[in-house]
Design a protein around this ligand. Structure first.
Ligand code: MN
Length: 233
């Protein structure tokens, strides 16, 4: 057994609905600008005929279970919610063809890609990395994973409320790059592994939260997700 100087960081994991074993996390991938109306609200419309999807990653340590209360994060005055459908990868794949993409899928979850929007936009506009805007502690919220091996979800409502008031309401059939296309494209860059999660992007209506806000969201046919924002540390 390896001796470590101090306790090794824990393996991050997510509960699986109906199964006692946890889903251990390898990597967290996020698709940028994957709904037209959200791309437009961010001032960066997408022309699929000439563009490819792009991605960012967050550390697995940013994972936070649905239902948690998290402190309003430091160094931001514009902390935003982004409601997303999450694909859980259960089999390895590299250079996967779109028609074979379903074979990698273990299941789905409902997730939140919480974002320091002020810092993300500064980084974007200065050509800097997005890490301080996106790789925020406790910012990758995930529901239980719902096992749906081999299933492609290409339709279903996706919605989010803050304090019961609807902020986002769309459908995953509006994804610019659908689940098959994302898995095929991402697997050109990465050897996808069991334990990878792919947050597929947020629809329009993103906005800020303040301490005391309660976020609820859902992906139809998958799961619900919730988060409470506490006072800043
Ligand atoms: Mn996002």
């Amino acid at each position: 057994m390896t001796d470590y100087l101090f306790s090794a960081p824990p393996v991050m994991s997510v509960p699986v609905r109906g199964i006692e074993a946890q889903f251990p996390i390898n990597r967290l991938f996020f698709v940028g600008r994957n709904y037209h109306a959200h791309a437009v609200e961010m001032g960066r419309p997408v022309d699929k005929s000439v563009e490819r999807p792009f991605y960012f990653t967050k550390a697995p340590q940013t994972l936070t279970p649905s239902g948690a209360t998290v402190a309003y994060p430091p160094e931001t005055g514009n902390y935003h919610f982004e409601m997303e459908m999450v694909v859980a990868i259960g089999k390895a794949g590299f250079r996967v063809k779109a028609e074979d993409a379903h074979t990698l899928i273990y299941g789905y979850a409902a997730g939140l890609d919480m974002t320091r929007r002020d810092l993300q936009l500064v980084a974007r506009d200065k050509g800097r990395p997005w890490d301080l805007g996106k790789d925020v502690e406790q910012s990758s919220v995930c529901s239980d994973i719902v096992p749906m091996p081999g299933v492609i979800i290409d339709i279903g409502a996706i919605a989010l409320e803050v304090n019961g008031q609807t902020k986002q309401s769309s459908n995953v059939d509006k994804l610019i790059w659908n689940v098959r296309e994302i898995i095929a494209d991402l697997s050109l860059f990465y050897h996808l592994q069991p334990g990878d999660l792919i947050y597929t992007g947020t629809p329009e209506g993103v906005g800020p939260v303040v301490a005391g806000d309660h976020i609820t969201g859902r992906v139809e046919g998958v799961a619900e997700v919730a988060l409470t924002v506490g006072a800043a540390e």
